[in-house]
Design a binder for this molecule. Structure first.
Ligand SMILES: Nc1ncnc2c1ncn2[C@@H]1O[C@H](COP(=O)(O)OP(=O)(O)OP(=O)(O)O)[C@@H](O)[C@H]1O
Length: 122
């Protein structure tokens, strides 16, 4: 049990490190809060919550892995190296794919509801 608590402590240390050092992660967290607020305000359905949660998790997880691999790359290759560049670029590509998935998911779920809201208000 003590070991489990310690592991959670390390995991939160990693989350804190990423939050304090990575602007992109903070932006993703802000987007998470915005999406959750919109979800509550627009009363989205259970299956829509699942899609939004999946999109949020994918973006945050890829950003965490990206930060981890970036840090490791800097440790292994502090000077310029073409392969180190590729490693970082590929990781950044994974984050972009996740972010695009989140964008499409958000648009598909929120846009029709927002359009309806605007129509009703007009
Ligand atoms: N050691 C290196 N050798 C070759 N190219 C590198 C190296 N370090 C970085 N690069 C190139 O510069 C780009 C940006 O690297 P950097 O480490 O600044 O990532 P970043 O996404 O800006 O990180 P951060 O999220 O910390 O701002 C990489 O994607 C890669 O193309």
């Amino acid at each position: 049990m003590k070991k489990l608590v310690r592991s959670f402590g390390f995991a939160f240390k990693g989350l804190r490190y990423t939050t304090t050092t990575q602007l992109n992660f903070r932006i993703h967290l802000a987007a998470t809060v915005l999406a959750a607020a919109m979800g509550f305000l627009l009363h989205i359905a259970t299956n829509e919550w699942l899609w939004i949660t999946l999109a949020i998790a994918l973006v945050l997880i890829t950003e965490l892995i990206n930060t981890s691999i970036e840090t490791l790359t800097d440790l292994v290759s502090p000077t310029y190296n073409t392969k180190a560049g590729h490693v970082k670029d590929v990781c950044a590509g994974a984050v972009v794919i996740a972010a695009l998935f989140a964008l499409v998911t958000g648009l598909v779920i929120f846009l029709p509801k927002l359009i309806l809201l605007v129509h009703h208000a007009a």
